[in-house]
Each structure stands twice: as structure tokens, then as C-alpha cells.
Ligand binder design. Structure first.
Ligand SMILES: [Zn+2]
Length: 134
């Protein structure tokens, strides 16, 4: 029976094979610039990494990306790639959604800065209201 072929790519850090869509492609463009290729369509030499912070750290630490891309990464490149790895690491941890809620700007900013929510606090903050004897 013919099977549908799912393209697999090997992570340069942990060497495990995963479907291409579960990987992130890092590409060295013909001009030497190294970056994350979120579209998977950039031209140049590519290397794949899992969406796991460990793999990104390992790849940077062991120079696996540099070997795979046959180039040297600048410190700026390394920082950008490390940051990208961290970003995706938090996004893929299932069940750890509380952190995202803490980061929600509406929660903390709204309650503290809106006196209209608490009439008493508004009155104290505005002396003319109490002086008027309302
Ligand atoms: Zn990996």
C-alpha cells in the first residue's frame, strides 16, 4: 500500500527526525546573513531545529548550527537565535498558560489606573467633589 510521504528533517541539535512543519528552518542567505526562516521559502543553506529551547541552546553551544550552515555566527546572530528559541519554548509548553495571562497588559494596567471603577477613590482623588457636598 502506498503511503503518503511526510517530509522529515533532522534537528541539528538532538538529531531526531520530525515532520518538516514541526521544525524551524534557520537559513544562511547567499549574502551570508543568518536568520530564522519562518516561511520555509528563503533561498540559501538551511538547517532545522525542533521548537524546543533546549535544542536551540544546544545548537548554539555546540556550534551545531555553524557546522550545518558552514558559517560563523556573529554574536548578534547568536543572540537573535537564542531569543527565538526561548520565544518558542514558552509557546509550546502545554498547560503553562498562566504565564501568558500575567503578561496580558489589560489585566494589570486597567484596574490600577481607572478611578471611575471605584467612586470612593474618585471622590478622595478629586477634592471638589467632597467640597460640593454632594
Ligand atoms: Zn531537536
Amino acid at each position: 500500500m502506498p503511503q503518503r510521504h511526510i517530509p522529515q528533517r533532522t534537528c541539528v541539535a538532538c538529531r531526531s527526525q520530525r515532520p518538516k512543519r514541526d521544525m524551524v528552518r534557520v537559513v544562511r542567505a547567499p549574502d551570508g546573513a543568518v536568520g530564522v526562516d519562518t516561511t520555509g521559502k528563503k533561498s540559501g543553506r538551511g538547517a532545522y531545529l525542533c521548537l524546543q529551547a533546549d535544542c536551540w541552546q544546544t545548537a548554539l553551544k555546540r556550534h551545531a548550527l555553524e557546522r550545518a550552515l558552514k558559517t560563523e555566527l556573529s554574536s548578534a546572530d547568536r543572540e537573535a537565535l537564542a531569543a527565538f528559541g526561548d520565544l518558542h519554548a514558552t509557546g509550546t509548553v502545554a498547560g503553562d498558560r498562566q504565564e501568558g495571562e500575567h503578561l496580558c497588559p489589560d489585566h494589570s494596567a486597567g484596574a490600577a489606573a481607572d478611578p471611575a471603577r471605584d467612586p470612593l477613590a474618585a471622590a478622595v482623588a478629586d477634592p471638589t467633589t467632597t467640597a460640593g457636598g454632594r
